[in-house]
Design a protein around this ligand. Sequence first.
Ligand code: NAD
Length: 338
Amino acid sequence: VAVLALAQQRILVTGAGGFIGQHLVTRLKAEGHWVRGVDLRQPTAGKTDADDFQQLDLRHPEACLSACGDKIDWVFQLAADMGGIGYITSSHAAIARNNTLINVHMLEAARQQRVQGFLFSSSACVYAQSKQSSPEVAPLKEEDAYPADPEAGYGWEKLYAEELCKYYREDYGLDTCAVRFHNVYGPLGDFEGGKEKAPAAICRKVALAHDEAEIEIWGDGKQSRSFLYIDECVEGLVRLITGHDPLPVNLGSEESVTISELVDLVASIAGKEVVKRFRTDKPQGVRGRNSDNRRLLSLLGWQPTVSLREGLTHTYQWVHDELQQENRLPGRRSVTVG
Ligand code: NAD
């Protein structure tokens, strides 16, 4: 069901081979738009709903010009070099270089090709680390990104790209919009290989574990987060085309859990007992992070409502089915899953 009284647009989704991009392409097609997808890789699902899919490296200006060509009206800039906490804490230079190149060239290409609107996928990693030092953290309001103290590499780059979006709006009239995603999860997300994030990694570990087996959890388990189910992320993005204003906005869930509670929830969905082995020698990020959705609600008259249990039930089922198809689910032997 279309939520927008919006005429058909020509929309570019970058990162359309990735997790959020694939879901967004499907949703935009269902809304009746013409959609081009661009990514460095083919869609991980093996197929795309895009009218046109181009495999391009958006670190290069010519690739960005080509992606924004043919009278594109709107760009969803989701292409980024990113991953879970292990990846983003160990690859500062590569992430900052790759994402700076992509964002600088995409904004300039959008300007040169006279694109009307540009939505940039920012992150909760832009928030000042000093405001996230306790698991009982106050939900983060948009103004808490300043004075700037974002996460190294990835967070600094996102914050700088938000500023670039502002300058392109002010100097060239490009209608930019920076959206700060908070921990999006769901089917099609990477669940192994080093770029996966906590919900998908935990679903994999629980699915692969024998009942009562030990599973490894990064950190002491007391760090808290909120997690946004993919359908709600896409819903918010589509609504923001017509609902945004010049200031950055959170797109997250306000349901906070500790990582230990997240494991218990996945185990209960799976119907398994697991023993948690906490690895405090592994990176665990800030102590607490949650989204304050008041700005989102005032812009859209809408905010996410799907419960974590419901979203995780779909996600666990998907990860379980993927592993089952590859014959990787456990037999009867007792193992530790790391
Ligand atoms: P993803 O890794 O699944 O998708 C990103 C896609 O960008 C990948 O398919 C990758 O191949 C592509 N890409 C990387 N470098 C490229 C290049 N040089 N040229 C073309 N394509 C390139 O990640 P996602 O979860 O779908 O994230 C989408 C966007 O949302 C990213 O900008 C990310 O930083 C942001 N974000 C996501 C989350 C989350 O929890 N998933 C949280 C905060 C912000």
